[in-house]
Design a protein around this ligand. Structure first.
Ligand code: NAG
Ligand code: NAG
Ligand code: NAG
Ligand code: NAG
Ligand code: NAG
Ligand code: NAG
Ligand code: NAG
Ligand code: NAG
Ligand code: NAG
Length: 381
């Protein structure tokens, strides 16, 4: 072998080495897409699921041209790390089982499986291992049985929606025996458990109170038992709440105590259909000066409408119908029409026992679209 040849060979080897290094770098770089482990996890997930119209996840394939799972429908990757961070399979009407391999998507921050059909099965415990989740929606997905305590592991969650999982066909209704896991979700801003049977959850208000960042609380039609108001649960109640819907439950008037005074940021409050059995609307509701929407219909409320309520000058919608409210309406409407002159759109007080005449000042309310004073004892009706 000549000297020249050896130099040439070395050169060749170096070039080859460089090419191999470049290739290796390229393969591990994010631009080639998701990792093999995450790809396999998604394929396992697909295998467990079937759509109504055949294969809705047809972009999820093993073929060479489909290698990059970051390009698949509903799959989103972080553009720097290449990890799958978002999975949006909402509204695909998928049926079947959720593969436990889902937990291999360890970097998942956003998971939406709403509007699918999991046939009354339990929410899998292993969801609790997706500890980076910020957003979880399992709404209207036909889950049944008990909410797993493992959700308490999802300490980064800001948004949790488990609403409308109603399995009408079986005894297997969607429910929770306790909410002991809830206080662990200390970043939570939005909680919707609408239509979850919470009739056994005596300490629900204490649990909710321990969420310092909660802005939206939606527990409609949850069979909520009356709240137990300890001095602790009043003292610690958060001022962060903006939207509260506790309609269609079994609350008693102790809930007024919790709301009074402290919830100054409330914009939306619905306590309708709670069968309060006789109390008046507390005058202190007039302190919730940010309220835009107040619903208290069909709630067995009695007594007069406090004039303080007429000073809620941002109100757009006021629904007090179907109670046994009594007394003079005139003064209340006069103050309200002054105060909410340019905001109030909807006023429904029908089906009470209110008297007096309707003042002309009501004509000042420029935004009023719907007004119903019927089925009272008002003059001129
Ligand atoms: C990565 O995504 C972020 C927003 O999600 C965007 O601002 C940024 O420009 C993207 N970077 C690249 C290299 O595409
Ligand atoms: C749905 O659940 C019911 C009752 O548990 C069962 O009989 C039925 O086979 C399930 N259907 C499917 C498609 O898994
Ligand atoms: C909770 O998350 C950790 C990782 O943060 C995981 O190791 C553990 O298995 C999870 N526990 C449950 C019950 O999901
Ligand atoms: C909630 O957090 C506490 C302490 O931070 C922990 O001991 C407990 O296991 C957690 N509960 C759940 C259900 O994750
Ligand atoms: C809710 O749960 C309670 C007790 O667990 C039960 O008695 C009741 O029938 C359930 N209600 C509905 C509507 O499922
Ligand atoms: C109430 O707040 C106090 C002081 O911030 C805290 O020590 C206590 O654990 C809280 N109690 C509950 C039930 O949240
Ligand atoms: C509401 O119910 C709770 C629990 O049963 C009870 O402690 C409280 O006294 C009740 N409040 C009213 C105003 O009846
Ligand atoms: C709340 O309203 C009541 C009755 O209108 C009033 O006496 C009380 O001072 C108010 N409290 C606050 C904190 O504004
Ligand atoms: C309606 O109110 C009047 C007093 O304004 C009262 O005498 C009457 O009993 C009330 N009727 C009902 C059905 O509550």
């Amino acid at each position: 072998m000549t000297v020249a040849n050896t130099v040439e060979a070395r050169c060749c080897f170096k070039l080859l080495y460089a090419i191999v290094v470049v290739l290796l770098l390229h393969m591990s770089s994010p631009c080639i897409g998701c990792s093999e482990r995450e790809r396999q996890a998604l394929l396992a997930l697909k295998q467990g699921l079937v759509g109504d119209d055949g294969d809705l996840l047809f972009s999820w394939g093993r073929e060479a041209q489909n290698r990059d799972c970051c390009q698949w429908d509903g799959v989103y990757c972080n553009n720097e790390t290449g990890h799958v961070v978002k999975l949006d399979l909402g509204g695909m009407y998928l049926r079947g089982k959720i593969s436990p391999k889902l937990i291999h998507l360890q970097h998942l921050e956003y998971l939406d499986l709403s509007f699918n059909d999991f046939n009354g099965s339990k929410i899998p415990d292993f969801i609790g291992s997706l500890s980076n989740l910020i957003y979880l929606s399992l709404s209207e997905a036909n889950f049944g049985g008990q909410i797993p305590n493992q959700l308490g592991n999802l300490t980064h969650l800001q948004y949790l929606d488990l609403s409308f999982n109603e399995d009408f066909d079986s005894e297997n209704f969607f429910h929770a025996k306790n909410l002991n896991w809830l206080p662990n979700l200390s970043s939570l801003k939005h909680l919707d458990l609408t239509s979850t049977n919470l009739s056994d959850v005596v300490g629900w208000l204490e649990a909710v109170n321990m969420l310092p960042k909660l802005t939206n609380l939606i527990l409609q039609g949850c069979n909520l038992p009356p709240p137990i108001i300890s001095s602790v649960s009043i003292m610690n109640c958060s001022n962060s709440l903006v939207h509260v819907d506790l309609s269609l439950n079994n609350l008693n008037s102790s809930i007024f105590q919790w709301l009074s005074g402290t919830h100054t940021n409330l914009v939306y409050l619905d306590l309708s259909e709670n069968y309060f059995r006789g109390p008046s609307i507390p005058a202190s509701f007039g302190n919730m000066s940010s309220l835009v929407h107040l619903s208290l219909y069909y709630s067995e409320l009695e007594g007069g409408i406090p004039n303080s309520l007429a000073k809620l000058c941002r109100l757009r919608r006021l629904e007090l119908y179907g109670n046994s409210l009594s007394g003079q309406l005139t003064n209340f409407v006069e103050i309200l029409s002054e105060c909410a002159q340019n905001t109030l759109e909807y006023l429904d007080i029908r089906g009470n026992n209110l008297s007096g005449r309707i003042p002309e000042s009501i004509g000042q309310m420029s935004k009023l679209e719907t007004i119903d004073f019927s089925q009272n004892s008002l003059e001129g009706f």
